[in-house]
Design a binder for this molecule. Structure first.
Ligand code: RB5
Length: 145
């Protein structure tokens, strides 16, 4: 799979751990930046990653900002995208299993590098359960209409 990664200056501290998790699983990373600690605007990186998924350039994504909140809100503004803000491993699992999320968002100021590595692996290795959850996800997406 191709996995799109995007971050701002508040989330870049987690990027190496996320890349490690993605590559260890045999997936390809597409890194949409940012690339250093200069102050940038997280909606720009949310948009790059979300649009990469909508266009088919990537299948899933990971977004990182200071809290994971702003960058997840921004990603969810792109039609077709479900981005889950996760702060624990169970949520990372459920974001894939129940919500069929395209992206997880995490915060460099609240989540450790070890946890970001674990949450990324959980997200990317958990299958969507389908069934009643598919119907609920369909209802989410109908809200865009
Ligand atoms: C940037 O200072 C910070 O606001 C951003 O990284 C993020 O936490 C927003 O939700």
């Amino acid at each position: 799979m191709k996995i799109a990664i995007g971050c701002d200056h508040g989330g870049i501290v987690l990027k190496d751990a996320v890349i490690k998790a993605v590559t260890e699983l045999g997936h390809e990373v597409i890194d949409y930046g940012c690339y250093d600690n200069s102050s940038v605007d997280y909606p720009d990186y949310a948009e790059k990653v979300a649009r990469a998924i909508v266009s088919g350039d990537a299948e899933k994504g990971v977004l990182l900002c200071g809290t994971g909140i702003g960058i997840s809100i921004a990603a969810n503004k792109i039609d077709g995208i479900r981005c889950a803000h996760v702060t624990d491993n169970f949520s990372a699992q459920m974001s894939a299993e129940h919500n069929n999320a395209h992206i997880i968002a995490m915060g460099g100021r609240i989540t450790s590098t070890e946890d970001a590595y674990t949450f990324t692996k959980t997200f990317l290795t958990t299958e969507f359960a389908g069934g009643r959850h598919a119907m609920r996800v369909d209802k989410i997406m109908a809200l865009e209409k």
